[in-house]
Design a protein around this ligand. Structure first.
Ligand SMILES: [Zn+2]
Length: 189
């Protein structure tokens, strides 16, 4: 996808090729990602919704909602897995709906690309072209920001905490709040 819908050559990383080849082969039309009827998607397609569904199918979720569809029941449970569950009141299978991970939007993909390019030390002028930034300042701002984060990471890596003992229940609690933390790179490579 090009920003602003202009056409131009978009470089594709080699590892993506088999996926795109498969998508082209499966497509019933000349479009790589057509609408269900094989036609071009409408200009007013809700791409946000398309991305949310794709995230749900890919398992990039905060969890799953299990809901009873029996009229008047209203039983709902939230779970981390999508294994089948039954309504405790009516013993019916609950309907499962993925809850796509919050905070992931199309723009995140651009941001990830920018971050990976900076990390790979790709020259900013090349990154600018790939990201189609009109102004190199935009690219450089991302590079500078990332350098700052890498510097901080290197700095805190020098801190000596001695031996850290984490009790299992503390770790479980920590992992439970993990999805609520801001989507910042928390781990170094
Ligand atoms: Zn029910």
């Amino acid at each position: 996808m090009t920003k602003g819908g202009d056409d131009g050559t978009v470089p594709i990383p080699e590892p993506l090729r088999p996926y795109l080849d498969a998508a082209i082969k499966l497509s019933p039309s000349k479009w790589v990602f057509p609408a269900a009827d094989g036609k071009q998607r409408a200009a007013d397609t809700n791409l946000k919704a398309v991305l949310r569904r794709a995230l749900g199918r890919a398992g990039i979720v905060d969890g799953y909602e299990h809901r009873c569809r029996k009229p008047g029941c209203g039983h709902v449970e939230l779970a981390t897995e999508d294994a089948n569950r039954r309504c405790p009141k009516y013993d019916r299978a609950l309907w499962i709906r993925p809850l796509p991970r919050k905070g992931i939007v199309f723009h995140s993909l651009r941001h990830t690309t920018a971050t990976l390019l900076a990390r790979a030390k790709v020259h900013p002028s090349v990154a600018q072209k790939i990201l189609r930034h009109a102004n190199i300042e935009t690219t450089l701002a991302i590079y500078t920001h990332l350098d700052g984060i890498e510097d901080m990471r290197a700095a805190v890596a020098k801190l000596d905490f001695g031996v850290i003992r984490v009790r299992n229940q503390d770790l479980t609690r920590l992992l439970a709040v993990r999805p609520l933390l801001p989507a910042l790179p928390l781990r170094s490579r």
